[in-house]
Write a protein that binds this ligand. Sequence first.
Ligand code: ADP
Ligand code: MG
Length: 366
Amino acid sequence: MGAIIEFKGVALTYGATEVLKAINLTIEPGKFYTLLGPSGSGKTTILRLMAGFLQPSAGNILFEGQQINTVPPEKRKVNTVFQNYALFPNLNVYDNVAFGMTIKGKSPAEKAAKVDEMLHLVKLDGYGQWEISELSGGQQQRVAIARALANEPEVLLLDEPLSALDYKLRKEMQRELRSIQQRLGITFIFVTHDQEEALAMSDWIFVMNDGKIVQNGSPVDIYDEPINHFVADFIGESNIIPGVMKKDYLVSFLGRDFENVDGGMRPNEPVEVVLRPEDLDIVSEEAGKLVVTIDDQSFRGDYYEISAHDDDLNQWQIQATNPVEIGQRAGLYFDPEDIHIMRLHEDEAAFDARIEQYVEDEQDEN
Ligand code: ADP
Ligand code: MG
């Protein structure tokens, strides 16, 4: 299917500050997308460009193949649910949801039918006459979503819509948003700085850092194959250790060789090795592929979060189902497919210098 929104080399500068740097992205219709990144990485700026509240300093924004750089917000088939909901406090629920239709001069009957449909969609049947101030945060959030969807946008933009809700309500709204998106079949572009939320909800994730998209892919791709240290760190807690790919399917770290499932790198290419806490098992010292000393553990409901250090004083995070004892020596076990390799993308000269150093170190050891 053709793209619904495209960014081609879109940049945005405020004065001398380049807030977005040559962003390229493609949004296809009917999917749930997430922009994920730390605060200040440029997520809201991308949404504002899509909605028409900002114009790019360079590059083009296309909607269904047409350049729309300067098309004003009200002429775009895009609606936004803002972080602070931005409901009209002096209007009741009904008039908030009907607002866009009132502006467009729709008939009372048409408005009533649509408001009913939208309130049903967000599970607020019968709340039409309630005042905004009488609603809980979660209910206000639903009204904001109903109001945006009542305009029948082709794309719904959601800027950290769940960040003000408590944990339980947040989980519930995550499921509901996902189900609303699937029922309506329109495109959602959701912004969050919460990786768990992004992984749970999205068909496709754009990971942002410092005004750039650093990786994009399905949740599984991004979780399993983070492209660099930033993404690995940001997407869930990780153990990241420097290593060397000696040859295909053989990686060396912490002074030992391990079979793995990655290939296609140069012999002795320096890499970073990612081992996820949930992929590590605690076993006896003898059965372990590595040996650690337990520093701390805390119970997290369905697992224990354990921190430990190895003999080189690297810190390890482990999620295990059995408790351990602080100070205890334990083995860490993992399978070859649990070892994820990240290439360093350094320049040739730095690469050669590292290889040389590695070969020297090896010779010193032997
Ligand atoms: P995010 O939504 O990912 O937290 P934003 O898109 O809001 O990030 O902001 C990206 C960067 O742009 C931040 O460093 C922010 O300080 C800067 N920025 C946002 N709006 C303005 C503005 N009006 N003037 C100057 N800098 C801005
Ligand atoms: Mg923001």
